[in-house]
Write a protein that binds this ligand. Structure first.
Ligand SMILES: [Mn+2]
Length: 322
């Protein structure tokens, strides 16, 4: 009941004249980008004033999306009359500078699918059973009677594609596959979008993959895999940022592995990616490290050099496995 009520209020607000500001999370992925730009395009198509802002630049593999050029670099000031929509962000902090907006806007709408979402919005639509935020956005559009054009359909498809790891992860269900099918009917091209998002990599990225794979170690009776991505590896591969969404997934491909860990050096700290095969809830492990995410895919940042972080992460996993 409560959710239906919030949903109806969100629909009414989206139908209002705005202006709207759409924000998403740090290091925006295909879901953050696709869901945000699709929602923006839909509202703009109705003649509304819409701005999209993200706390970090869009990584190179999403720059094929034309609308990425419309994302503003600076968080707009004076949002007193603006409806701010957070998409795919489990809490306000994840949205970087937008975290301080509470009380400074006309309204905050929180549309998300992360398990640990804090319900920070004035209106909240948090559906943890949705494989992607883009799926929630599509359903909102369809409910409102919209017929997404091929560009919007492609943006939403990119969201579904990324968050399901190419329709392979545990969150791939009938609902997301049916949504993908509808998007293809609306004009999304699955093969082309897959190639754009997961292919078309510079050779250095594949070299980097080789270095990361070579770092693989198995822990706890081969139930946990750990891979490292260091600044030195980036230097040897000749890349400054990794574009491989699925790097952490390789650790899960090993028979018997329940938790796959990828540790990445990131400006002196360590970014922790956790992936589970299902038995272990990595969201719980990430939470003990100050992070969060989903049951099967979570992350955290440990403020320590990578080798120290490795010990901290393994200790957290040990308690979860026991
Ligand atoms: Mn997402």
């Amino acid at each position: 009941m409560l959710e239906a009520n919030q949903r109806a209020k969100i629909q009414r607000t989206l139908a209002s004249s705005g202006p709207f500001l759409i924000v998403s999370h740090r290091r925006p992925d295909g879901d953050a980008i696709g869901a945000s730009l699709a929602l923006a395009a839909w509202l703009e198509g109705q003649g509304k004033d819409v701005t999209v802002w993200m706390p970090d630049p869009v990584s190179a593999n999403y720059r094929f999306i034309r609308a990425v050029g419309d994302i503003v670099e600076k968080l707009p000031r004076d949002l007193a009359d603006t409806v701010v929509i957070f998409l795919d962000s489990p809490d306000m902090e994840r949205a970087g500078d937008a975290s301080g907006l509470l009380g400074y806007t006309r309204m905050i709408i929180n549309i998300d699918h992360h398990t640990g979402n804090t319900g920070f919005g004035d209106l909240n639509l948090v559906d943890t059973t949705a494989a992607a935020a883009a799926l929630i956005v599509l359903e909102l559009m369809e409910e409102a009677g919209a017929a997404p054009d091929p560009e919007i359909a492609s943006l939403l498809y990119v969201g579904l594609l990324t968050d399901t790891g190419g329709f392979r992860h545990g969150n791939t269900d009938a609902r997301v596959l049916a949504a993908a099918s509808r998007l293809v009917e609306m004009g999304a091209d699955p093969a082309e979008l897959f190639r754009n998002v997961f292919g078309e990599l510079p050779a250095g990225q594949i070299h980097l993959l080789g270095l990361v794979l070579a770092s693989l170690k198995l822990e706890f009776d081969e139930r946990v895999s750990v891979m490292l991505l260091t600044d030195e590896m980036r230097m040897r591969a000749g890349v400054c940022e990794e574009m491989l969404e699925g790097l952490a997934a390789y650790g899960r491909m090993i028979r018997g592995v329940q938790v796959a860990v990828l540790l990445r050096e990131e400006s002196g700290a360590t970014r922790v990616n956790l992936r589970s095969m299902g038995a272990v809830d990595v969201n719980v492990i990430a939470a003990t490290l100050g992070g969060g995410g989903h049951k099967a895919a979570s992350g955290a940042t440990v403020d320590a050099p990578i080798e120290v972080a490795r010990g901290i992460v393994l200790a957290a996993i040990r308690s979860a496995l026991d």
